[in-house]
Design a protein around this ligand. Structure first.
Ligand code: FES
Length: 113
């Protein structure tokens, strides 16, 4: 069995208890980020799983080469663009994580430079 190396180790960024909402972190989803094996959970967006693994820097902007990451988290800004399964400019804040996804940083073409 392959032992996965994760950045997060423990799920530090997860809400585990809430007075109204219930969270079910039973079904792990395995994916890679820049060739690093990581784990998320069923129902995570790619961005949420990356955050949980301690990843905040998703890509760099084209014009100023500034770091990009989660910003609006509702699909409006494009700051979270990444290459997913070989497809560029995927909004990771709006895309659900799937088993064996390959997530990579890219040079972002988002407009808010
Ligand atoms: S963070 Fe704004 S579109 Fe994803």
């Amino acid at each position: 069995m392959i032992k996965l190396k994760t950045v997060r180790g423990e799920a530090l960024m997860r809400i585990k208890e809430h007075p109204i909402l219930k969270f079910d972190y039973q079904n792990e989803i395995h994916f890679t980020y820049n060739n690093q094996a990581m784990i998320g959970y069923e129902g995570d967006t790619i961005a949420a799983a990356l955050y949980d693994n301690g990843i905040r820097h998703f890509s760099n902007s084209v014009v100023h080469d500034r770091p990009r990451g989660l910003y609006c988290a509702i699909g409006n800004c494009g700051s979270c663009y990444m290459r997913v399964n070989g497809v560029d400019n995927v909004k990771t804040c709006m895309t659900l994580l799937e088993e064996n996804m390959v997530v990579e940083s890219e040079v972002s073409v988002a407009s808010n430079d």
